[in-house]
Design a protein around this ligand. Structure first.
Ligand SMILES: Nc1nc2c(ncn2[C@@H]2O[C@H](COP(=O)(O)OP(=O)(O)OP(=O)(O)O)[C@@H](O)[C@H]2O)c(=O)[nH]1
Ligand SMILES: [Mg+2]
Length: 331
């Protein structure tokens, strides 16, 4: 990353490894509810019995209940049926490892990391429905970039909700990054305009734009978002680096329709899936990864700064299925 080169904030490898272990533990504890509500159930189903049609049906039911989505659940179970047949697997336990493999493959389908910053300013815009976790996610990202040595600027683009500007300001002060704000009720496109130009003038490394939460059904609000996007693009003279849709994992299958509708207003580059720690139905990650042409790039597993993590299929599956430690070997 250019700011790492510029600012010499490259961490020592040892420190990085230690941080990675800490992150993994955070992910594990953040996924505890899903583990109890979903993974443990799957393991129960797949213990001490023969592979038969009844097992596949029970598994399908458990996947659907965990918000994996009907399409994705049927797909996964079909894969298992085929592989059980082809590989002559007769014991349920043996099929467990196959399930984990298939889950990893599915999670890897559209997987991508946050774009590597190439040009200053690196610009991210964060969009999503009310209360999805946009502002919190921005704070966590700002903290991370600041830790890496980047000069960060936030733009208080939610001029609509009372208290939204102050909320972002509190975060900016706490983290120690700059903020561009206008009055409540002003045009968010004007905030975006000022923010991009301030970022250029101040040689900011990272600019993150907050936006107001909106119902995906409100056409005028969605076109307002499109306008903000156009202004940023025009002032920047290029595409934004990331347009992240923030989705609350506890909203279930609705997450899929949110993604489809936001995609029509702005060219999303990825998903930040928040509040995974608050749901036993983390299977929604599988549905999002499988049913959208969009990468889940970040997952939120708590309210602390460190609780926003890069989504990586192997690590995620290892945290979820716990006992399959061997999967980490592939990293
Ligand atoms: N447990 C948990 N809570 C989260 C996570 N991400 C966000 N939250 C909480 O979700 C609530 C809403 O977060 P905000 O960041 O204000 O959401 P927003 O999308 O900006 O909301 P609006 O500005 O109203 O549209 C806050 O109480 C956050 O602390 C997460 O990963 N885990
Ligand atoms: Mg907000």
């Amino acid at each position: 990353m250019f700011w790492k080169r510029m600012f010499g904030a490259e961490k020592k490898q040892e420190q990085e490894e230690k941080a990675e272990r800490g992150f993994f533990q955070k992910l594990v504890s953040g996924l505890e509810k899903t583990k109890q509500g979903f993974v443990d159930k799957v393991e129960q189903i797949m213990t001490g019995r023969k592979v038969d049609e009844e097992l596949f049906e029970e598994l399908e039911e458990a996947l659907i209940q965990a918000d994996c989505g009907v399409e994705t659940s049927l797909f996964l179970v079909d894969q298992l049926r085929e592989r059980a047949k082809a590989e002559k697997i007769t014991e349920a336990e043996q099929l467990k490892a196959v399930l984990v493999e298939e889950v990893v493959q599915l999670l890897q389908k559209n997987a991508a990391a946050l774009k590597t910053p190439e040009e200053r300013p690196y610009v991210l815009m964060v969009v999503g429905v009310n209360g999805a976790g946009k502002t919190t996610t921005i704070a966590k990202l700002a903290y991370r970039f600041k830790q890496e040595g980047a000069k960060v600027l936030l733009a208080a683009g939610d001029t609509f909700r009372a208290g939204a500007i102050e909320q972002l300001e509190v975060w900016a002060n706490r983290i120690g990054v700059e903020l561009i704000k206008h009055q409540e009720g002003s045009d968010p496109a004007a905030v975006a305009y000022d923010a991009v130009n301030a970022a250029k003038a101040r040689k900011t490394d990272v600019l993150i734009l907050d936006t107001a939460g909106r119902l995906q059904t409100k056409v005028n609000l969605m076109s307002e978002l499109a306008k903000v996007h156009r202004v940023v693009q025009r002032e920047l003279g290029r595409d934004l680096d990331e347009i992240l849709l923030v989705v609350d994992a506890t909203t279930g299958q609705n997450a899929l329709s949110q993604a489809k509708i936001f995609q029509e207003a702005v060219p999303l580059t990825g998903i930040a899936l928040t509040k995974l720690d608050g749901t036993a139905k983390g299977g929604i990650v599988l549905a999002l990864a499988n049913e959208l042409e969009l990468a889940v790039k970040l997952v939120g597993v708590g309210e602390q700064y460190e609780d926003l993590q890069d989504f990586e299929a192997n690590t995620f599956a290892a945290a979820l299925f716990g006992r399959q430690e061997k999967m980490l070997d592939n990293d």
